[in-house]
Design a protein around this ligand. Structure first.
Ligand code: SF4
Length: 704
């Protein structure tokens, strides 16, 4: 932090980390970020968390990729065996011309020999909307199929599946800032003080002014616990049992909003019959919450004038993730808590642009704006916009399915932009073996990530503060990202690299600037009506849907009906499904994974940010003090975590938030990668892996 003399220039942009989308002023000196301050964006009102304030210097780290790289012919076998300080044994520098030719030719050769289905693409929620749009267009147009996905599959795919099914839209029905108009708010399966810290400040303010905050989570979160009127530390994996019991009370005590249900929903009578079996008494033993607490929560939420529900990956990352979200949607519908100020459903989105990348069509079963690939009219629209391209009418494969096909040899080439499946996939050893089998892997990134270590060609790309374009946060707010500093060395902006590759693959694209891409997106995306590039340059942020050129956008939607048949939302009953893998005598405890305040996702950025890495430098897991005592391990000692997929050794912390039969494991650390252990079992609707529940054995290694 300095004063006005400390910088040459200040540029307003957006934080590159979480989905809150805080607006920032980046102070630049000598072409480098000097420091960052929060400005008055609609989601942050000047606030920033530690990542936004102190996390930007990763962009100047010495590990930045500054030249295109091609794998040496005499390189050792592919693997995580690259020394980041001397990569010359594995890769040689190449000109852009050579690298782009090599990248494109490799993919085209596979297409010619095996067909387009033998190539798949992973795009990125760290890129802009325009880049996400171009990436999915390249795969769909260039390979004539829909095998394109991104990390939404690993975070809220099940939430989106349930929202689309029952509400008709995958985005939030209300911004998180609406909490200031609520009386009651439920936060379930989310840890916003660590993962969405600025959103958490609004939640705390809500509680301080008398709002009723109900926190439901298997981990007793210290961050929100102090503010909670109810803290329900339920047994992991029993979400449906607990939520159905809450709704049983609302139904049996006739606390539901009859008028709302009659006016705006369908399926209530079947749902009411279904829910009668889930009495608090019957469900209490399963979920570990006393019947009277279930009743108190049900009454509070149902009787509130305005209630909101927020959820995170604790809800979504289960084999029953879609059912969990269906329950939350039904709960809101029962009480009429949708469509008014202070009401709504809000899955807190993880990455800074996961909402925008999903909106832009980086999903295998939908085109931009969630228009189904199976709908001929939709394909005709895109064929027209994309100048005659034939498009595949069947849904493509999702992230985990793609890696499985790679492992089995039917997908032989991949283009990976800004994703890191060698760290982020469940059962990551399987994903790494798959990556090593690829005939041709093109990786576009800013660092030599674990995935890039398997690449045949690496294209050095841009960090968010080096880009110009738009991103969309968890509130559906589209915001302008502005270039503050140049890309280092020969690195290029991602949109330019995608266009260059597309043209080398014969697609004949012609874009000179991201705003031309944005204008093309508007041709097919009704969500962008009344949102123009000029408005975003001037106003910085506009929320969709937007009713007119002067409307800043709608914070709350669906007050007058839903984008479904007859304008009605739907009740979908959910049954109790156990986790895919239960503890047993060999693996008696429960492993759950997540993030920490200082580190973001696979750590490629935050572990290269000086302050963040200094605060949280070492891989760690958290165990209850009584569990550590039983193991004979002091806090700071080392334990071995063993699951059916693999094992890691890691420093153990004492943490009373974690139940005695659980281990909490952050997934940012490559030296003790959480996903070596996780279960790749998928939710059948959202195809999201069960990161939040694996059976694990904990062994003492070093008593500390
Ligand atoms: Fe960045 Fe999220 Fe922190 Fe805001 S809350 S500063 S968007 S990481």
């Amino acid at each position: 932090r300095g004063d006005s003399r400390d910088f040459d220039e200040e540029v307003e942009s957006v934080c590159p980390f979480c989905g809150v989308g805080c607006q920032v002023s980046i102070k630049v000196k000598d072409g480098k970020v000097k420091y960052v301050e929060g400005i008055n964006g609609p989601s942050n009102e000047g606030r920033l968390c530690v990542k936004g304030r102190f996390g930007f210097d990763y962009i100047h780290h010495g590990h930045r990729l500054t030249k295109p790289l091609i794998r040496r012919e005499d390189a050792p076998d592919k693997g995580l065996n690259v020394d980041l300080n001397d990569i010359s044994t594995h890769f040689r520098e190449a000109s852009w011309e050579e690298a782009l030719e090599f990248a494109a030719n490799g993919l085209v050769d596979i297409r010619s020999y095996y067909g387009g289905q033998a190539v798949a693409g992973f795009g990125s929620a760290k890129c802009t909307n325009e880049e996400a749009y171009l990436f999915q267009k390249l795969i769909r147009q260039g390979f004539k199929h829909n095998n394109v996905d991104h990390c939404t599959r690993l975070c809220h795919a099940s939430s989106v599946a349930a929202l689309q099914e029952n509400v008709g839209s995958g985005a939030v029905t209300a911004s998180f800032n609406e909490i200031e108009n609520a009386d009651v708010a439920i936060v379930i399966g989310a840890n916003p003080t660590e993962n969405h810290p600025v959103a958490a400040t609004f939640f705390k303010q809500f509680a301080k002014r008398g709002g009723e905050l109900i926190v439901i989570d298997p981990r007793a979160q210290t961050g929100l616990k102090r503010y909670a009127t109810h803290l329900l530390q339920f047994r992991p994996g029993t979400d449906v049992a607990l939520l159905n019991a809450v709704m049983n009370v609302i139904v049996e005590e006739k606390l539901y909003d009859r008028q709302y249900i009659e006016g705006f929903t369908e399926g209530f009578f079947e749902f009411r019959e279904h829910i009668r079996a889930f009495t608090p008494e019957r469900m209490s033993e399963l979920c570990g919450i006393a019947p009277e607490v279930i009743r108190a929560v049900a009454r509070s939420f149902a009787r509130a004038r305005a209630g909101m529900i927020f959820w995170g990956m604790g809800v979504s990352q289960h084999v029953h993730g879609t059912d969990n979200s269906r329950c939350l949607i039904s709960l809101a519908l029962l009480c009429g808590h949708v469509g008014r100020p202070g009401t709504g459903l809000h899955p807190l989105r993880g990455q800074n642009n996961v909402q925008g990348a999903s909106d832009a069509g980086l999903i295998p079963h939908v085109m931009p704006d969630y228009q189904s690939v199976t709908d001929k009219e939709v394909r005709d629209l895109f064929r027209h916009i994309w100048r005659g391209t034939e498009l595949d009418g069947s849904a493509g494969l999702t992230v985990v399915e793609i890696m499985d096909r790679v492992y089995r040899g039917s997908i032989r080439g991949m283009y990976v932009l800004g994703e890191n499946p060698a760290m982020s996939d469940p059962d990551v050893d399987h994903a790494r073996k798959a990556l090593a089998k690829l005939d041709h892997l093109v990786v576009q990134d800013i660092f030599l990530t674990e995935t890039a270590m398997y690449a045949d060609v690496i294209l050095p790309a841009s960090a968010l503060p080096e880009k110009h374009g738009t991103v969309t946060n968890t509130n559906r707010t589209v915001q302008m990202v502005r270039r503050a500093v140049p890309t280092p060395g020969e690195a290029r902006e991602d949109w330019k690299i995608i266009v260059d590759l597309a043209n080398r693959m014969g697609l004949d694209w012609d874009y000179d600037d991201p705003h031309e891409v944005f204008n093309e997106m508007k041709m097919s995306m009704k969500s962008l009506h009344h949102i123009t590039w000029n408005r975003l340059e001037t106003e910085g942020a506009v929320t969709y849907p937007c009713k007119g050129p002067d409307d800043p956008g709608q914070s709350v939607v669906f007050g007058d009906g839903f984008p479904r048949r007859a304008g009605r939302a739907k009740f979908t009953p959910a049954r109790v499904t156990p986790p895919a893998e239960m503890p047993d005598k060999d693996f008696p405890m429960i492993l759950t994974t997540g993030r920490q305040l200082e580190h973001w996702h696979t750590g490629s950025m935050t572990r290269r940010a000086t302050v963040l890495d200094a605060v949280e430098p070492e891989a760690n897991c958290s165990l209850h003090p009584s569990t550590l005592r039983k193991l004979g391990v002091a806090p700071g000692g080392k334990v071995r975590l063993v699951t059916r997929r693999g094992e890691i050794e890691i420093m153990a912390r004492a943490d009373r938030q974690v139940a005695p039969d659980m281990v909490f494991l952050p997934f940012a650390y490559v030296e003790a990668a959480a996903n070596v252990l996780t279960n790749p079992a998928l939710d059948p609707w959202g195809k999201i892996p069960e990161f939040k529940y694996s059976a694990v054995r904990v062994e003492a290694v070093d008593s500390g």
